[in-house]
Design a protein around this ligand. Sequence first.
Ligand SMILES: [Cu+2]
Length: 352
Amino acid sequence: VVNGTRSLLRAYCLLPTAYCLLVSACSIAPSTVDPRGPRAAQIAEIWWVSFAIASAVFLLVMALFLYALFRPRPRRWDEPSERMTDAWLRESGARFPGQRFILAGGVALPVLILVPLSVYWLVKIVDIAAPRTPPDFTIEVTGYQFWWHVRYPDQGLVTANEIHVPVGSPVRLLLKAEDVIHSFWVPQIMGKHDMVPGKTIETWLQADRAGTYWGECAEYCGVQHAKMAFLLVAEPPDEFAAWVRVQQQPAAEVPDPVARRGAQVFARECITCHTIRVGNAMIGGTGDTPGPDLTHFGGRLTLGAGILPNTRGNVAGWVGNPQAIKPGNKMPVVYLDSESLLAVVSYLESLR
Ligand SMILES: [Cu+2]
């Protein structure tokens, strides 16, 4: 019975451990150890080197632990082992039992491992602080609760929640925050960079392979922090140039009468917070509105700062009740009759 209880207990202890090990390997998130750019590649290297050394230390400590458990012992607990007698201490010149082992394992070994490792880390950190060749242009990203304002000062364009870059060349990043501290992170491309209100942080990024990369806020910034994502789209230079040309244009003409009605609804209900550039004019003031620029919203891949695919159904759901999709976000529910709602959705879809 005692044995049975014991093995049952052991199983109860082991099962959760095994479960945790199993699920910790499951993830749909893009991995920092699957790098697609030079900065992330260096970070992945730092990770593997540190992991290898930490694993070696762990194995050594576990081996010593097992040795301590199973080594031969004095027959009775009250009988001190031979090694602990005064005579042995006097003879070995040690002041307390195990002195040499503690100095070697507790002081010398950590110094030998940690000093070179920190030098290696510092060298790497300095190495990835700046690109090898100077960046071609600048992208300014400002964190808002809970979305990303994106400006390309050199190309004179503004967008939101989707950053396009040409593959293979470095881009200068200027990171800002409008309200609270956010953090800019594209796991497969670069490490985290805090965005601090009142400060402009200069850094850079480079993607070496074309693709759409997941980015997210990495500093808790409020209730919808977890739903503050964006996409980094790295494309061949000619496709990037074509994207820039489209973004530089004002919003497309609206031939469809339903969408035209939607434009009127938009001008009535939404322009206090959103900007749409029409011709040389700007609906919604200076462009520094509290909501994302929607001039080419129809051409973007996602909605609500990266959280939903940009489909007609999702846009209707969002405009109908953004608080149901992302409770606590800064877009209030705007009450529209169903005809106006569908018209405004058609208008948004036409903004390619
Ligand atoms: Cu944030």
